[in-house]
Design a protein around this ligand. Structure first.
Ligand code: IPE
Ligand code: IPE
Ligand code: MG
Length: 246
């Protein structure tokens, strides 16, 4: 049974995933980097399928970072078209499965207008769905998100003494989005690379050597099992381990 060993009554509410390793997957096969991105499509939708089946409330993927503009122009162009194709190719099915699709990131002039329009339409089309929320972080940077939140707060004329963590959280791109319980990064890289900096303060991190195009729902389930073996303390003490009372 695919959920063996997973406690279905305590799956993480929000899992976020850094889909990394497409280029290396392609290089290992003597293919072009863009073919690695293309192979990531099956990985993504198999994983989304698993995320729905296991009952996640929120599933977020890092699709394009604010730093990925540094890549060669033809790769960037490919990724823009690829994300358009992916949305067009899967949004109807996800809509039928009651998935609410959201996009997280900066809408700047470098993102093709057609892609922005398609994203807006997709978000609108699925906004009232009540199943899992699937968020695509696109042209997303954690630092940019915090800068944008600070700008909004200052533009509202809030005085410095009134600034709180809650206020910053409410001014992030999607104030409804709960903080990720679990962040998974593929491809054996042990870093955050500017993903959800504010939101992952207390997330559990799971790293795997699997390259993204080889990732499947079973790998997500492995990460959830690992998550369930962890103890989250949020700076406090472990349950039942308060120590001697004074
Ligand atoms: C992740 O794969 C996809 C994006 C960042 C868009 P990479 O393209 O970073 O693959 P590697 O890290 O070079 O193998
Ligand atoms: C992070 O991967 C961004 C995405 C997966 C979209 P990168 O491949 O861009 O990160 P670095 O360069 O290895 O830190
Ligand atoms: Mg990479």
């Amino acid at each position: 049974m695919e959920f063996t060993g997973i406690d279905l009554s305590s799956v993480p509410n929000h899992v976020a995933c850094v889909m990394d390793g497409n280029g290396r997957w392609a290089r290992n096969r003597g293919l072009k980097r863009t073919e690695g991105h293309a192979a990531g499509e099956e990985a993504l939708f198999d994983t989304v399928d698993g995320a729905i089946d296991v009952g996640l409330g929120w599933f977020t993927v890092y699709a394009f970072s604010t730093e990925n503009w540094r890549r060669p122009a033809d790769e960037v162009r490919y990724l823009m078209g690829f994300n358009e194709k992916i949305l067009l190719g899967h949004r109807d099915e996800l809509n039928e499965r009651n998935v609410r699709i959201r996009v997280l990131g900066r809408r700047d002039w470098r993102v093709p207008r057609r892609l922005i329009r398609l994203m807006d339409e997709t978000v609108e089309m699925t906004r009232d769905n009540t199943g899992m929320t699937f968020t695509i972080a696109f042209n997303y940077g954690g630092r940019a998100e915090i800068v944008d939140a600070v700008k909004r707060i200052m533009e509202a004329g809030v005085s410095a003494s009134k600034v709180t963590e809650r206020m910053i959280a409410r001014n992030l791109y999607d104030p409804d989005m709960p903080e990720p319980d679990l962040v998974v990064r593929t491809s054996g890289e042990y870093r955050i690379s500017n993903f959800l900096l504010w939101e992952l303060a207390y997330s559990e991190l799971v790293f795997t050597d699997v390259l993204w195009p080889d990732f499947r729902k079973e790998n997500l389930f492995d990460a959830i099992r690992e998550y369930q073996s962890r103890e989250r303390r949020y700076g406090g003490l472990a349950g039942g381990d308060e120590g001697p009372t004074r």
